[in-house]
Design a protein around this ligand. Structure first.
Ligand code: 4FV
Length: 221
């Protein structure tokens, strides 16, 4: 998969995407990730990428010209251009699975008060929000999406099993899990998990996942 990121803070992407599973996926060629500086597509003396909103109001907006020039240079035929902003559809595991089937994503990171509307109307294929709260900039949302999508790429996770046994994989929260010691400070691991009876273990886990989802996230049911 190829992912390009267009942002005013390329340096923020160094670190979180250079470790562990994402690092291995990049080294294994499963993910080809490139981060581009939007300011490189602003050509006046001050490399201006933002301006005041018409009609007044607080803050600055990202200008259309640098974004259109960058996207038209970086995007290929099958590239899916995605804006990151609080006004987007809320990202979730189903959307992560959807994006993991694409070959090519171009993530346009929001900054300041957001985008000139013509970017949304004439350039974006999709718009995603990682949640109903306002961040200082869209770099973290882009990293969240890159992480959630990359781990779904075939071969990215060591043991394939784990991607399908986790929260949201069946629309439920994950069942409780335990590891050694079987007794810690008099707190014992549920007997059924020590029984070796896989049918009973699977039934207990399914019941626990439903109960936990009902208690904490009935909206998922
Ligand atoms: C955001 C979100 C988000 C809004 C102002 C960046 C900030 C600044 N992006 N999901 N929540 N963006 O808060 O995606 O432009």
């Amino acid at each position: 998969m190829k992912i390009d990121v267009l942002t005013l803070f390329p340096a923020m992407f160094a670190g979180p995407l250079d470790e562990s599973i994402i690092k291995r996926a990049r080294q294994a060629g499963l993910l080809d990730l490139s981060v581009h500086n939007l300011r490189d597509y602003a050509h006046n003396r001050h490399k201006t990428v933002d301006d005041r909103p018409f009609g007044g109001g607080p803050g600055m907006l990202l200008k259309p010209e640098p974004i259109f020039e960058a996207v038209e240079k970086l995007a290929r035929e099958r590239t899916r251009v995605i804006l990151l902003s609080p006004a987007g559809r809320t990202f979730n595991q189903a959307i992560a699975r959807e994006l993991a089937l694409q070959d090519d994503l171009l993530l346009v990171v929001g900054h300041y008060e957001g985008f000139d509307e013509r970017v949304r109307e004439h350039l974006a294929d999709d718009e995603l929000s990682i949640g109903d709260y306002v961040l200082t900039n869209g770099a973290l949302p882009a990293m969240v999406i890159i992480d959630a999508v990359t781990r779904l790429l075939p071969g990215a996770l060591g043991d394939e099993q784990s991607a399908c046994e986790e929260s949201f994989s069946h629309g439920l929260l994950e069942y409780p899990q335990y590891t050694r010691p079987a007794e810690f400070r008099q707190w014992k691991v549920p007997e059924v998990l020590l029984s070796g009876n896989h049918a009973e273990i699977a039934a207990w886990r399914a019941q626990q996942a439903k109960a936990r989802t009902w208690e904490r996230r009935p909206d998922l049911l």
